[in-house]
Design a protein around this ligand. Structure first.
Ligand SMILES: Cc1cc2nc3c(=O)[nH]c(=O)nc-3n(C[C@H](O)[C@H](O)[C@H](O)COP(=O)(O)O)c2cc1C
Length: 357
């Protein structure tokens, strides 16, 4: 416990744009290249890796961040979710610590924000999934993909954008276009963020089985054999999750879960902490959501077996130490990723690799 003294590679005190232009910070700014010894012996989606551990979609804003993560020994870095067109970020602040005692269970619907980044650390992140134009991110991703050394794989995340007047068909077509643009970069694994709001509703796309299935089918039609990971939110309803797996479980290469868990975020006076419309409710990640990532990992493992499916399971949520990595692997995760903790623990991958040795 105590205030974290390490400088995070994404700096919450600066705007998204400043982080994008000037980051990453701290040890990620001038990384010493971590070299694994020997041959990569583990496998993730058909690729050899030294350790199936990485950073999920979000904190790695562009190719410089992805390259720094690779240098620091994160073998599975995910390039932040992109869109088929430029899309603005929510205004600063985009990251705040939240005060919470223990787990963020679903009955805790209101949390107080703070700037006390103490451990165990949980934060809210509120960006609105900004994106630059494909003219920027296509070459940037292609370059980062080539930078990976033996035993490392860069993953690229994307999501569809609602098109004015385009309805459901336009939304699904935008996912297909995003998949095509990503495939052109030469990336070897694609992740689609299905834990985004659904077209025309405030619920999540992954919780709408029919729509999520249309989206996955459209993407697979574009990318063929290229492995597809679906990023899922926490599912409170087991039957719904099983229904989704029955529908898409044969088409996907892997699941990645969880994303954030939403709560109302207020300041010390009880007012909305993040400025602007629609930002009272905001996603929370870090230590307090580990229970949900682990629960999903276990549930997905059980359902995979029951349904005779073969997809891999990426465990995400509150993984912040070598011990957490082992807990996730023991719970059935084929790979593990850390966003919040990794931002403040740039040596996390090396700690995990060191613990294994
Ligand atoms: C700064 C930040 C930005 C994020 N942006 C995205 C994103 O663009 N797409 C996405 O699928 N998830 C995003 N996430 C969610 C993470 O991928 C992850 O699912 C979540 O933070 C839980 O992991 P953690 O507890 O290790 O942080 C973001 C998380 C953080 C901390």
């Amino acid at each position: 416990m105590g205030q974290l003294v390490v400088q995070p590679f994404y700096d919450p005190a600066r705007s998204y744009q400043d982080n994008f232009n000037d980051g990453p910070f701290g040890l990620f700014a001038t990384p010493d290249i971590y070299l694994d010894r020997g041959e990569p012996r583990q496998t993730f989606l058909g690729h050899k890796v030294f350790e199936p551990f990485g950073i999920p979609a979000g904190p790695l804003l562009n190719g410089r961040y992805v390259k720094a993560a690779l240098d620091m020994g994160f073998d599975l870095p995910v390039y932040k979710t992109v869109r088929t067109r430029p899309y603005p970020s929510h205004p600063w602040p985009n990251v705040l610590a939240v005060e919470i005692d223990g787990d963020l269970t679903l009955d805790k619907t209101r949390l107080t924000a703070s700037e006390d980044y103490s451990e165990p650390l949980s934060i809210t992140n509120s960006f609105g999934v900004p994106s630059f134009d494909p003219d920027f991110w296509q070459p940037d991703i292609a370059d980062a993909v080539k930078y990976a050394r033996e035993g490392q794989v860069v993953i690229a995340s994307f999501q569809g954008t609602k098109v004015e007047g385009g309805g459901l068909d336009g939304y699904v077509s935008d996912f297909a276009l995003g998949a095509r643009l990503l495939k052109e970069t030469g990336v070897k694994v694609i992740e689609v963020n299905l834990s985004c709001p659904n077209e025309g509703t405030s619920s999540l796309l992954c919780h709408d089985v029919a729509q999520a299935t249309r989206v996955v089918t459209a993407i697979k039609n574009e990318i063929g054999e290229l492995p597809l990971i679906i990023k899922l939110a926490y599912f409170p309803d087991d039957a719904r999750l099983e229904e989704l797996l029955r529908a898409v479980g044969g088409a996907i290469a892997a699941t990645s879960s969880i994303n954030t868990i939403a709560a109302d975020i207020v300041d010390a006076q009880g007012n909305q902490a993040l400025p602007g419309e629609g930002r009272l409710r905001s996603g929370v990640c870090g230590a307090a959501v580990k229970w949900a990532g682990l629960e999903m990992t276990q549930k997905l493992g059980r359902m995979r077996e029951k349904l005779g499916l073969a997809f891999s399971i990426v465990g995400v949520g509150g993984a912040g130490s070598a011990a957490d990595y082992q807990v996730y692997r023991s719970a059935g995760a084929d790979a593990v990723m850390s966003a919040t903790a990794a931002m403040w623990h740039p040596l996390l991958a090396q700690e995990i690799k060191g613990a294994r040795v």
